[in-house]
Design a binder for this molecule. Structure first.
Ligand SMILES: [Ca+2]
Length: 67
């Protein structure tokens, strides 16, 4: 799978980089799933105070969009 390079200046705004390594790749998806399963508030991507399927859909959109 190809990796997408992320400009470090934009990293703080790149929410799809869940693993915080500067790349958008499968590691981010796996990290998201770990946090999602733990109901970690860091993956409340839509900011509604709950970790649920809407956040899963949001991260897929962010992942597709890249940074
Ligand atoms: Ca949410």
């Amino acid at each position: 799978m190809a990796k997408t390079h992320v400009d470090w200046a934009r990293l703080s705004a790149c929410r799809a980089d869940v693993a915080r390594d500067g790349l958008i790749d499968f590691a981010d998806y796996l990290e998201f799933l770990n946090l999602y399963e733990a109901l970690d508030p860091r993956v409340d991507f839509n900011g509604d105070g709950a970790v649920d399927f809407a956040d899963y859909l949001e991260v897929l959109n962010l992942y597709d969009a890249g940074c």
